[in-house]
Write a new protein. Structure first.
Length: 459
């Protein structure tokens, strides 16, 4: 590291989000290669060699890069549809459209989803892709290539469904895979693309979609496959009361007990949503170290309810934030979830401190790193960790009169991103992506959305 080229960032407020919640009113960061070499109060140390760039970050707040823990990139092409539906009705309305996706659509939708997140401070993205219509090309490869082009760190949760309409599921039969095909394709994706090394840019998780679109056999064998390959497991869980009713009717138990019976609780597992959790469910997650991806905007959009995030945190459950698919969260931005998580979890009497601004920031950074199994690499600004960080501008009209920069970031308007780094490589400058043509992506996503609408006969 001593010989690595250095970038010095000075004169900014810093929220490290380390274990002690260390903050500096005015401090510095030294980046050496892809790592954080040092962070502290006041000016940077004198006499540093190989300094290639100095950034005067006066008026800025430095935080770890945001970590997204749940998303469905393909939904970028179906935003603004089925706007007044609950989850099951929404899925029934949109599955026939999603079943017509092809490789070009999926690649373009991934570009749009990634671009929107990256320009808003996300440095680690995640996509749960589970729609693999037959004969539509290399969808997983298309998503991974889009992430590499954008420059963000990325986890693809290779999803699957094997319960179509004829088996009591929601998706059309031609949009689901057979059990063996799903497992074979998932294993091939892991073997081709997963990187387990420190600083990996691409990782893969095994991710059957949900209890109501996946057979019990796929859940069990999916868990066995993931553990044999040494990768993480992801699925949807306890999102709606209808899902809980479905599990009781089909399996004779609630979602959490069902997941445990199929091997789906553990430190290598994280679940999306987890809205309808009772005390014993939360205790089971805490006991096993199972993580949660909290998606407040999507849960509100689909009227799913409010996840018990403060109770989960008190119990010791790892919790991160998720955008969720943009057909249920049209903004597609994770930094808005910081504010929405805080506000939603304060609803109700005497809940004014249920979640604080600093807890919300932790959910979006270190909490997400925990959930993705990467807390030793990202999620806080500490020496030796990867140089994934964001400089938020706090001296404009939107935030300048708020003395506390963390409160300004979480409670105020969306803050401009002056600079975002992934592994020491800058991916955003003055709110613009450096490696992606945003206007070209906008044109492409509009064209592909229109093509999909024509194919499916949407108005």
């Amino acid at each position: 590291m001593a010989a690595a080229e250095r970038i010095v960032i000075e004169n900014c407020a810093i929220a490290t989000v380390d274990a002690d919640g260390t903050e500096y009113a005015s401090g510095y960061l030294v980046l050496a290669g892809d790592r954080i070499e040092s962070v502290g109060a006041g000016p940077a140390p004198e006499g540093l060699s190989d300094v290639t760039r100095r950034i005067d970050a006066t008026g800025h707040l430095a935080t770890p890069g945001l970590v997204n823990t749940h998303h469905h990139f393909y939904q970028w092409l179906t935003r603004g549809l089925a706007t007044d539906h609950n989850l099951f009705d929404w899925l029934v309305a949109l599955y026939p459209t999603w079943a017509r996706l092809d490789e070009d659509m999926v690649r373009t939708a991934a570009q749009g989803s990634l671009a929107m997140m990256a320009r808003g401070g996300v440095t680690t993205a995640m996509d749960h892709h589970y729609v693999y219509p037959r004969g539509t090309g290399d969808l997983s490869g298309a998503i991974i290539r889009a992430a590499r082009e954008t420059g963000v760190r990325f986890t693809l949760a290779r999803g699957s469904m094997d319960r179509g309409e004829s088996d009591g599921g929601l998706p059309p039969d031609f949009a689901v895979e057979t059990l063996d095909d799903a497992l074979t394709a998932t294993e091939a994706t892991v073997r081709e693309h997963h990187d387990s090394s420190f600083g990996a840019m691409t990782q893969i998780a095994v991710a059957p979609c949900s209890p109501f679109s996946v057979s019990t056999e796929l859940m069990r064998r999916g868990a066995e496959l993931a553990r044999s390959l040494g990768v993480r497991l992801h699925t949807h869980g306890s999102e709606t009361v209808e899902e809980e009713k479905f599990c009781h009717e089909l399996f004779g138990m609630g979602p959490t007990d069902y997941f445990e019976s199929t091997g789906w609780l553990g430190e290598d597992v994280w679940m999306a949503h987890c809205v309808h959790m009772n005390d014993s469910d939360i205790a089971a997650f805490a006991r096993t170290g199972t993580g949660v991806a909290h998606c407040p905007s999507s849960n509100a959009r689909l009227a799913a309810g409010i996840a018990r995030v403060p109770d989960m945190l008190r119990a010791g459950v790892p919790v991160g934030l998720g955008v969720d698919g943009t057909a249920s969260n049209e903004s597609g931005e994770l930094h808005t979830e910081l504010r929405n998580a805080l506000l939603v979890n304060r609803l109700g009497p005497h809940r004014e401190s249920a979640l604080t601004a600093r807890q919300a920031l932790r959910l979006g950074t270190f909490g997400g790193a925990q959930v993705l199994g990467r807390a030793g690499e990202i999620g806080s600004l500490e020496a030796g960790k990867l140089a994934d960080l964001v400089l938020w501008r706090m001296d404009t009209l939107a935030h300048a009169s708020i003395a506390d920069p963390v409160a300004a970031l979480v409670l105020g308007a969306a803050a401009p991103v002056t600079a975002s780094f992934v592994g020491g490589r800058q991916v955003v400058a003055d709110g613009r992506l450096l490696h992606v043509d945003e206007e070209a992506v906008a044109r492409a996503t509009r064209a592909e959305a229109r093509r999909l609408a024509r194919i499916t006969g949407q108005a």
